[in-house]
Design a protein around this ligand. Structure first.
Ligand code: IMP
Ligand code: MG
Length: 180
């Protein structure tokens, strides 16, 4: 596992363009804000957040949170739980949660609920990719790409912690890497 060449789904070029577009939209939406807090969800969002944060010019702080995650790429969401909290107190802050992927919707809905309870000045979410068919209804404010329901890797996204550093978003064919 980890040595196969995933099929390109979203190219490096297209990601770059989209990140610039998203930053412009976010910039416009937060025009009046004194500062925003970008809250990246580890580990999948680290590259997206790094690129997005550098395209923005609105005053911004960056922090990370970590959640319990899927087991080795299987499709079991289980109970989502915060295993590393933000160090910055979000109360009264304009919080933008930055996540890698929206699948069932459980992760993001859990996060929105959790952080809303802390009374931020505003709370929005930005996901790099969205798969179809959320099982939980969730409000997402910014979406990079809508993609088909396939396991994607690269640009932060992983399969068993492999492939995160790929510059593009790709698909690994499940049959091919089953032998590890
Ligand atoms: P949700 O709670 O079902 O929306 O799942 C979101 C989380 O599942 C993401 O933060 C990812 O860690 C993981 N995930 C779901 N689909 C994929 C995928 O295709 N590639 C990599 N990670 C995925
Ligand atoms: Mg994740």
């Amino acid at each position: 596992m980890g040595n196969l060449q995933p099929r390109v789904l979203v190219s490096e070029e297209d990601i770059k363009k989209r990140v610039v577009e998203l930053a412009a939209i976010i910039e416009r939406d937060y025009a009046g804000a004194d500062e925003i807090l970008l809250l990246g969800v580890l580990r999948g969002a680290f590259i997206f957040l790094a690129d997005l944060a550098r395209e923005l010019t609105v005053p911004r702080r960056i922090d990370f949170i970590a959640l319990s995650s899927y087991e080795n790429g299987s499709n079991f969401a289980g109970g989502v739980r915060l295993i590393m909290d933000s160090r910055i107190n979000v109360t009264g802050k304009h919080v933008l949660i930055v996540e890698d992927i929206l699948d069932s919707g459980r992760t993001l809905s859990y996060l929105l609920e959790t952080f809303e309870a802390r009374h931020p000045a505003s709370l929005r979410s930005c996901v790099l990719v969205r798969k179809p068919g959320q099982q939980v209804e969730v409000d997402v404010d910014y979406i990079g790409f809508d993609i088909p329901d396939e396991w994607v890797v690269g640009y932060g996204l992983d399969y068993g912690d492999h492939y995160r550093a790929l510059a593009y978003i790709g698909v690994i064919e499940p049959d091919v890497e089953a032998d590890d």
